[in-house]
Design a protein around this ligand. Structure first.
Ligand code: FO1
Length: 311
């Protein structure tokens, strides 16, 4: 059995952790958003890739949902001493990842190769693939200009009014060939429960990605990151509204309808089932909240069951 998962950060990591309990690591390929990537202090920082990497390595800070568990922040303290405003919290151990990755890239490796090196050194057997090796940056258009997504979310606490969201560089980006191969050869594709606007759409916006999903013989399943009219976490609600989209599991189904076969929505969202099925998408309901490790595994197993891939 081979499964390709599309992933962003925190929510995706929880789901994939559950999936990895039911499916051997080597049978999984995770295609990860790069729109959140940011360059700071000359370093290439890839939050979503690192969240997935750290999760598989068993070192993810499960409380925050990003960074390394029990990390220290002396680097941040020193930057403050230099009078800087280090608004993006880089832990000391996490910093080693960014330094090593940046070095690998400076030596000539692309982002896929650099990620593979990091994964190998951390003992991770799953193939973790950036959606593209090119630089794509999610930028939020506010009344005061365009800012990086991390600046909007972390530095400005998601407060500025959002006029638009753009994936800078995406038109010229090439899809990761290994991701295309994995999509073509998988038994199932799972769009994990992640922010559709800042985690999944930056992957789908890469030329040929949607085409690959439409063409594959594999069933494509998504798990809704929205319950009722609110996201499970993060800025998805605000960003969807700013694009004129109604916040609901139906909108998620509609965003993915070109290629989606199945969607899993929350047990309380029965009212959307009929409307979603009219789009030609099968709709299943379960408890999609992942509050602990048992929830993650339960949701992953439910997903495998509806895909007829139960181990
Ligand atoms: N999220 C925060 O809310 N505050 C931070 O200071 C922060 C730092 C950070 C550093 C490395 C990293 O890999 C992730 C980090 N995140 C932080 C999470 C990140 O902003 C988002 O969760 C993801 O980009 C969304 O998928």
């Amino acid at each position: 059995m081979k499964i390709t998962v599309f992933a962003g950060g925190t929510g995706s990591a929880k789901f994939v952790r559950g999936l990895a309990k039911a499916v051997p690591q080597k049978n999984l390929t995770v295609v990860v958003n790069v729109g959140d990537n940011i360059r700071l202090y000359g370093l290439t920082i890839c939050p979503d890739l690192d969240t997935i990497l750290y999760m598989f390595a068993g070192i993810l800070d499960r409380v925050k949902g990003w960074g390394i568990a029990k990390d220290t922040f002396n680097f941040q303290k020193m930057l403050k001493r230099y009078g800087l405003n280090p608004w993006f919290n880089l832990g000391d151990k996490d910093l080693a990842t960014h330094i090593y990755r940046t070095n690998l890239i400076m030596e000539g490796l692309n982002l896929t190769e650099a990620t593979k090196t990091l994964a190998k050194k951390l003992g991770v057997k799953t193939e973790i693939l950036p959606a593209t090796n090119n630089w794509v940056e999610t930028r939020i258009v506010t009344s005061k200009g365009k800012i990086h997504f991390q600046e909007f979310w972390v530095k400005k606490h998601g407060k500025p009014k959002v006029l638009n969201i753009i994936y800078e560089g995406v038109e010229k980006a090439k899809p990761n060939p290994k991701a295309l191969k994995s999509i073509a050869e998988s038994d199932a594709i799972i769009i994990s429960p992640a922010n559709p606007i800042t985690s999944i759409k930056p992957i789908l916006a890469i030329p040929r990605m949607v085409e690959a999903l439409k063409k594959t013989k594999a069933k494509v399943l998504a798990i809704s990151p929205i319950i009722g009219d609110s996201p499970v976490s993060g800025p998805a609600g605000k960003l969807m509204k700013s694009l004129g989209l109604k916040v609901s599991p139906y909108t998620v189904a509609e965003l993915y309808k070109e290629f989606l076969d199945i969607i899993v929505i929350h047990k309380t969202d029965k009212k959307y089932v009929g409307k979603i099925e009219k789009l030609g998408i099968k709709c299943f309901q379960t408890n999609i909240l992942m509050k602990n490790l048992e929830d993650e595994e339960r949701l992953a197993k439910f997903t495998l069951k509806v895909l007829n891939l139960s181990p």
